[in-house]
Design a protein around this ligand. Structure first.
Ligand code: ADP
Ligand code: MG
Length: 253
């Protein structure tokens, strides 16, 4: 490929018991771009994201084959520490999952776990990440209120800020706007677009229009198979595989 890759997925297969959820998926994910993975419900999108973060390790009956490299480190190498891998990636899930504590503490939580205890330093991190997530102006006077009192759209941006606070390299979003109203969705999309200058971003969505708005690279997953991938404009305009064409035209959904 003609771009620096940050993450390489090679021949990844994942099964839950007898059910093969991902079939021999290989994908190079470029650095500092947004890669969007589209595909209908049940095609393996969440499974793929979870495998990147080693969140499948604890699932009963799961079998994972293949390799995933972040830079040149194989994340499934038994010598690699899971916490080290997770720190490299911030995951936004479908529904915002704020911690049952204040806005401030939601963000300070990660840095504290990783050893920062100085209050001033924590305050600086909190402000910086709230700004990066586009939330500072809305919550600067509510830092010590419970995070659960924020709107759902604000909570999702708080989760983004919390993820950024541990200085990851990769941002993973699993249908990160599916619980949000259109306006909040656009704000989150906009933040992701801005963040790609510093991070590798992977967003899973089943909303084609969202893919068109934010994707630099597009990958189409169907029934566990990576059918097609490439620069987004190219795949949208000239899909090569009949299944991609059918999905883009709405014939399969
Ligand atoms: P998507 O995110 O694209 O909707 P998922 O990755 O969640 O798809 O699921 C892919 C397939 O794997 C589905 O058929 C789903 O039912 C199955 N699956 C997902 N998680 C589990 C699990 N923990 N145990 C068994 N089957 C699962
Ligand atoms: Mg899913």
């Amino acid at each position: 490929m003609d771009f620096p890759t940050h993450l390489r997925i090679q021949n990844l297969s994942v099964s839950y018991g007898d059910h093969l959820a991902l079939k021999d998926v290989s994908l190079d994910v470029p650095d500092k771009k947004i890669t969007v993975i589209i595909g209908p419900s049940g095609c393996g999108k969440t499974t793929l994201l979870k495998s990147l973060n080693r969140l499948l390790d604890s699932v009963d009956g799961v079998k994972i084959r293949g390799n995933i490299f972040v830079d040149d480190e194989d994340i499934y190498d038994p010598r690699v520490e899971v916490t080290h891998i997770r720190k490299k990636m911030g995951l936004l899930s479908q529904k915002p999952q704020v911690l049952p504590m204040s806005v401030f503490d939601n963000i300070a939580y990660g840095p504290k776990i990783h050893g920062t205890s100085d209050r001033k330093k924590l305050s600086r991190i909190v402000e910086r990440e709230l700004r990066a997530a586009g939330l500072w102006d809305e919550v600067k006077d509510r830092l010590h209120e419970p995070a659960s009192q924020l709107s759902v759209g604000q909570q999702q941006r708080l989760c983004l800020a919390r993820g950024l606070a541990v200085e990851p390299e990769i941002i993973l979003g699993d249908e990160p706007t599916s619980a949000l109203d259109p306006q909040s969705s656009r704000i989150v999309e906009q933040r992701l677009i801005e963040l790609k200058s510093d991070y590798t971003v992977i967003v899973v969505t089943h909303i084609l229009r969202q893919g068109r708005r934010i994707a630099d690279y597009l990958a189409f997953l169907y029934l566990g198979e990576l059918v097609e991938h490439g620069p987004a404009e190219e795949v949208f305009a000239h899909p090569k595989d009949p299944r991609t064409r059918a999905y883009l035209t709405g014939e399969i959904s």
